[in-house]
Design a protein around this ligand. Structure first.
Ligand code: NDP
Length: 284
């Protein structure tokens, strides 16, 4: 048996196709969704991510501003820019590219973003809203995971979902979203005893560990959906997920590849959040 591949690139392209039309309709009504991205410093990977976000905005016909700040910018300078963007009507979403230089307090920066412009979904109030089931902008990668599962025709309700990883940006919010979709959810982490046994009970297995190829077919129940959030750069320069794709696909029913699975969804969901924020700001 070989699993069906969940094609994140294609699903992402489908969603972006839908969004192009939505943005065009909004613009006809005088609303242009606008995203501001703040990049502090010269981190090579961050520069690439910011470039991709800018490109995605342009492709969808959205307004985009990128604020590139020197690595030695002070926390006050970044906070002052956030304050300006919080009050700028043309901007519906504000994203601060992480990680920030060490002398800047990441939490202070995230907390300063207005909740209705928090398109990364990392503000404590956004997280709280997600947990209690109130309307909020959802963190992009976790929202992308749910969208991939749904668009693959898999019903989440009633399934046993096991999430491996409990970070604030992936594991915990994915688990909350799966719960909201009425899965029965188990969260595993580095101190979990019998990880293999628990993972093997999963109908839906989401892997967000940050260790290349840590999960193989022994952890996978026959027919399970395996969603691999991991992005690891191997010594060879190639990218690998946290799940061993070749091994897991022999047992899984559906599986996301790396690259080309969850990765492309993150920016797409960021664009979706910016559109949602723009609609809300304009009473739509
Ligand atoms: P973190 O390092 O913040 O969290 C890793 C989690 O995995 C922790 O909860 C840790 O447990 C757990 N863990 C580590 N080792 C094991 C193990 N051997 N068995 C079980 N659990 C383990 O990583 P992130 O959540 O930020 O990222 C996870 C992966 O997702 C990374 O590869 C990252 O690159 C990728 N990623 C991809 C994105 C995308 O756009 N596709 C976006 C964000 C991340 P504990 O809490 O006990 O330490």
């Amino acid at each position: 048996m070989s699993a069906l591949i969940i094609d994140g690139k294609q699903i992402s392209a489908d969603i972006r196709g839908e969004m192009v039309n939505e943005v065009a309709e909004l613009k006809q009504k005088g609303v242009t969704p606008g995203l501001a991205v703040i990049l502090v410093g010269e981190d090579a990977a961050s520069k690439v991510y910011v470039g991709s976000k800018e490109k995605a905005c342009v492709q969808l016909g959205m307004y985009s501003e990128v604020h590139r700040m020197a690595a030695d910018s002070s926390e006050e300078q970044v906070l002052a820019l956030i304050d300006k963007l919080n009050n700028q009507d043309s901007i519906n979403g504000i994203l601060v590219q992480l990680p920030l230089p060490k002398h800047i307090n990441e939490k202070a920066i995230i907390d300063a973003i207005r909740v209705d412009k928090d398109v990364d979904g990392f503000h404590p109030e956004s997280v709280g809203n997600l947990v209690i089931g109130d309307d909020s902008l959802l963190p992009c990668t976790p929202a992308g995971v749910i969208e991939l599962i749904k668009r693959s025709g898999v019903d989440i309700a009633g399934k046993h979902a096991v999430v491996i990883g409990r970070s604030n940006i992936v594991g915990k919010p994915v688990a909350m979203l799966l719960l909201r979709e009425n899965a029965t959810v188990t969260i595993c982490h580095s101190r979990t005893a019998n990880l293999e046994e628990i993972a093997k009970q999963a109908d839906i297995l989401v892997v967000a560990i940050g260790r290349a190829n840590a999960i193989d077919s022994k952890f996978v129940k026959p027919g399970a959906v395996v969603v691999d959030v991991g992005i690891n750069r191997l010594d060879t320069g190639k990218l690998a997920g946290d799940a061993n794709f070749e091994s897991c696909k022999t047992v899984a029913g559906h599986i996301t590849p790396v690259p080309g699975g969850v990765g492309p969804m993150t920016i797409t969901m960021l664009m979706k959040n910016t559109i949602t924020a723009a609609k809300k700001a304009n009473g739509m």
